[in-house]
Design a protein around this ligand. Structure first.
Ligand code: MN
Length: 256
């Protein structure tokens, strides 16, 4: 009897999954397809799914929720939530205007950036990661501007079409500027990482995305061992981090 109970326990272990930087958009339908497949067949077996920012290439406001592309994703997320998987979303630098209407429609809980969670007895700090790229001073100035409540209120009061046009202009400018920035500038600054880890009292792990440089970094800070896990983007392929009591594994998702 004991043996079968143990077996049952093993079969019901449901992992926590972490993803970021999907950049879902109409021009890359194969990524949306891969994501919908991932939700239906992989995430459905999880305990929780954490989306750590940049789910969408851009988000002009919750009044864009009726867009047919968005509706497909929203329905899939809601189906997943209804099946019992807990859904969490953190803003990225592309979709920070996601608000309460989106969260209601998907049954997703919005997380502050950063957030600390307990993962099988481990303290894990979650962040999108853009606030760690402090060497990119121009971007940090831009971030400060667009995360300001007054700026957001003013921006959201514009017609949806005007907002989409403005975002398009910003995206073109940003792509152009990126070409002139060195690759180091667009990675995290190690002092910013260490400051954050100290501020949150030396968690066991830091999980973030944004840099599109999936990796596992072993950090030694003031005599503590901390793991920095960087999530991959969803471009040529997708990927997710799967964590349970035995640890975390990065797993690839095929895109066809
Ligand atoms: Mn990002």
């Amino acid at each position: 009897m004991k043996a079968s109970e143990d077996k049952l326990d093993l079969n019901t272990i449901r992992p926590e999954l972490f993803i970021s930087d999907l950049h879902l958009c109409a021009s890359r339908p194969e990524i949306t397809e891969a994501f919908l497949y991932f939700l239906k067949y992989t995430a459905v077996k999880a305990n929780a799914l954490y989306i750590l920012g940049d789910l969408f290439e851009y988000w002009a406001g919750d009044d864009d929720i009726d867009d047919i592309q968005h509706q497909t994703t929203i329905h899939a997320l809601r189906d997943l939530a209804n099946s019992g998987v807990k859904l969490y979303l953190m803003h990225g630098n592309r979709d920070f205007l996601i608000s309460s209407e989106f969260c209601r429609a998907t049954n997703i809980s919005l997380l502050q950036d950063p957030t600390i969670i307990d993962l099988h007895g481990q303290k894990v700090l979650l962040t999108h990661g853009d606030n760690l790229c402090t060497d990119d001073v121009a971007y940090q100035d831009f971030r400060k501007l667009v995360r300001d409540v007054k700026w957001q209120t003013d921006f959201l009061s514009l017609p949806l079409a005007t907002r989409k046009n403005e975002i398009q202009t910003i995206r073109i400018r940003s792509e152009h500027e990126k070409l002139q920035k060195s690759s180091e500038i667009m990675d995290v600054n190690n002092n910013a990482v260490n400051d954050l880890l100290k501020k949150y009292n030396y968690p066991n792990m830091l999980i973030h995305g944004h840099t599109h440089r999936p990796n596992i970094h072993a950090i030694q800070l003031d005599g503590r061992n901390i793991t920095r896990l960087v999530l991959g983007d969803w471009y040529e392929q997708g990927s997710y981090l799967s964590c349970d009591q035995n640890g975390c594994n990065a797993i690839k998702v095929n895109v066809f």
